[in-house]
Ligand binder design. Structure first.
Ligand SMILES: Nc1ncnc2c1ncn2[C@@H]1O[C@H](COP(=O)(O)O)[C@@H](OP(=O)(O)O)[C@H]1O
Ligand SMILES: [Mg+2]
Length: 386
């Protein structure tokens, strides 16, 4: 395997085995005794490399999008190019780095639209972006890729996942709306092994290395671009996208909700802001919500920027596994809990969708019981007022 990216430099760290202690056995994922420290070492290196390269492609596209005078912000084409390009890069890199293993990928995009008449220009642009991004990867003899190679790489993401075997789970650009606004987005990549998330990587190109709460004091001096990574039983680490050593991170230890702050979606269409406001009030949270796009919220939570993440989609919306797989292990390996609104662990073994009781909740182990109580009361109040 050839690892050339600077963000992969310091991957050999000795860390104590740490499985978050949880209130109920239903939270236990795979026990540490069933895994050696190096079980997913090769997969982790490949995932970090893939996510860093995809982030580089996305950064390039976002920069040209934001610099362009003529590019209407609501034009979906730049994000389309970046979405497909990111998926092609991750798919290609994973398959080539892990060529000895069967490869299954559950990902958000497919090549259907790109194969339609009139898409040639877009496809050519994606192919060029992918080849530019991979240009320094001399180890890959398949380069440069043809347009057909790119389509094939995208379509590897067709897997349905499920409880058997290993499946990679990818959101090539999570937080599309944030990406278009020039705000937060993430490349989110996870590995399922027998239906359980065992590895997660979150590349957050616009997230500051300093905590979000510190940004106003440290302003622009803080470096931008974070890579979070977690392997089951081994903790969560953060490093800069361009090459610092990974540091171990932990969720907030706050026990008093009055001192807690909470994350939620920037987009009101993605989560019920009135319900989260009622929950926060009931719990005694004093700080206003911190609204950011994408699974960058999970990353920020894993390093203790805030203590709670609340997500309550409008009725009828079904959450997809690629929107939570990487983020959830990044938080649980940092000592937190991620559940639905009834406290059930998220089940990633059912295919592309998560079956949930209402929304998704993440916090530390101390705050979870009172948070779940406040959530249930707020849900009941909302239902009785209808
Ligand atoms: N009506 C809806 N309710 C909840 N989530 C939605 C939604 N419409 C889209 N989403 C999901 O919300 C994700 C963004 O989450 P967030 O609000 O935390 O930024 C989107 O990911 P993509 O941007 O990859 O499509 C999409 O999967
Ligand atoms: Mg998404």
């Amino acid at each position: 395997m050839y690892i050339t990216l600077s963000c992969l430099r310091a991957t050999t760290i000795v860390v104590p085995t740490l499985i978050p202690k949880t209130k109920t056995s239903t939270f236990s994922l795979i026990t540490s005794s069933s895994l050696s420290m190096s079980t997913y070492h090769k997969e982790l290196a490949a995932a970090k490399k893939a996510a860093c390269l995809a982030a580089r492609l996305c950064q390039k596209v976002q920069k040209s999008l934001l610099q362009s005078d003529v590019q209407a912000k609501l034009d979906k084409s730049p994000v389309t190019v970046a979405d497909y390009g990111s998926q092609a890069v991750v798919s290609f890199v994973l398959e080539h780095e892990l060529s000895a293993e069967p490869f299954s990928l559950v990902a958000e995009e497919d090549s259907g639209d790109l194969r339609k008449d009139g898409s040639q220009e877009t496809l050519d642009r994606i192919t060029m972006l992918v080849n530019d991004t991979l240009a320094n990867e001399n180890a890959y003899s398949a380069l440069p890729l043809s347009a057909e190679n790119v389509l094939t790489a995208i379509d590897k993401g067709i897997s349905e996942g499920g409880p058997v075997g290993r499946h990679w789970v990818l959101d090539p650009i999570d937080g599309t709306k944030g990406f278009l606004r020039g705000d937060q987005y993430a490349i989110a990549l996870a590995l399922l092994d027998r239906g359980r998330v065992v590895l997660g990587v979150l590349a957050c190109p616009n997230l500051s290395l300093a905590s979000i709460g510190m940004q106003t004091q440290q302003s622009s001096a803080s470096q931008i671009g974070c890579l979070f990574s977690a392997v089951i039983g081994e903790g969560t680490f953060m490093q800069s996208l361009d090459g610092s050593s990974p540091v171990k991170v932990n969720v907030s230890a706050i026990e008093n909700p009055e001192e807690a702050s909470f994350f939620e979606s920037f987009e009101a269409a993605h989560s019920l802001h009135d319900l989260t406001s009622s929950i926060a009030k009931k719990l005694g949270v004093k700080a206003p919500p911190v609204r950011i796009d994408s699974q960058a919220k999970y990353g920020a939570l894993s390093r203790g920027d805030g203590a709670i993440y609340l997500r309550f989609p409008h009725a009828g919306y079904r959450e997809k596994i690629w929107d939570h797989a990487a983020g959830s292990i990044v938080v649980t390996e940092a000592g937190g809990l991620v559940t639905d609104a009834a406290g059930n662990p998220l089940d990633f073994s059912k295919g592309k969708y998560l079956d949930l009781y209402h929304g998704i909740v993440a916090t530390n182990q101390k705050l979870m019981p009172s948070l779940l109580k406040a959530i249930q009361e707020s849900i009941d109040e909302k239902a009785s007022s209808l």
